[in-house]
Design a binder for this molecule. Structure first.
Ligand SMILES: [Zn+2]
Length: 149
């Protein structure tokens, strides 16, 4: 019996429109990812309560790189030996930057600072109990642009 489940529990939702799950301070409405608790990281706020909130599914590339090294956890190498892939830091409308791999089939050639990307959930690796999934950033085709290459 195998099942598909997130590689890290509680960081994102799955389904047709997956979204990262962040924490919104109930005092100042600042949003954080990954989720936080305890005290608000906004130095001007003394809030201590947070509500889970789904983050925007689209953002814009803030920075990107080819990962020629193996990233730290929660990234688990999908193949052995390690195969480089593209990483994008994406700024969401909430004002936070979220790092993620770039969706399967895309690389740095598909990225540019300011390019719109959309969150997708893909299989990170498969173990004896099933598939483990992770969020990735997929470049959004822009008007007038060739999508095949
Ligand atoms: Zn706050």
């Amino acid at each position: 019996m195998t099942e598909t489940s997130p590689a890290i529990e509680g960081w994102f939702t799955t389904g047709p429109e997956p979204a990262l799950v962040g924490s919104r301070c109930t005092t100042c409405a600042s949003t954080f990812f990954p989720r936080t608790q305890g005290f608000c990281r906004n130095p001007a706020c003394d809030g201590e309560e947070f509500a889970d909130t789904p983050l925007s599914r689209r953002g814009r590339v803030w920075s990107y790189t080819d990962a020629q090294y193996q990233p730290p956890p929660p990234y688990i190498p999908a193949v052995n030996p390690y195969a480089p892939f593209a990483l994008a830091a994406v700024e969401l409308p909430e004002g936070i930057v979220v790092l993620g791999q770039v969706a399967q089939g895309y690389g740095v050639a598909d990225l540019a600072v300011g390019r719109e990307v959309e969150l997708v959930v893909e299989v990170l690796h498969t173990d004896e109990s099933g598939e483990r999934t992770i969020w990735r950033w997929k470049p959004v085709a822009e008007l007038g642009e060739e999508t095949d290459q």
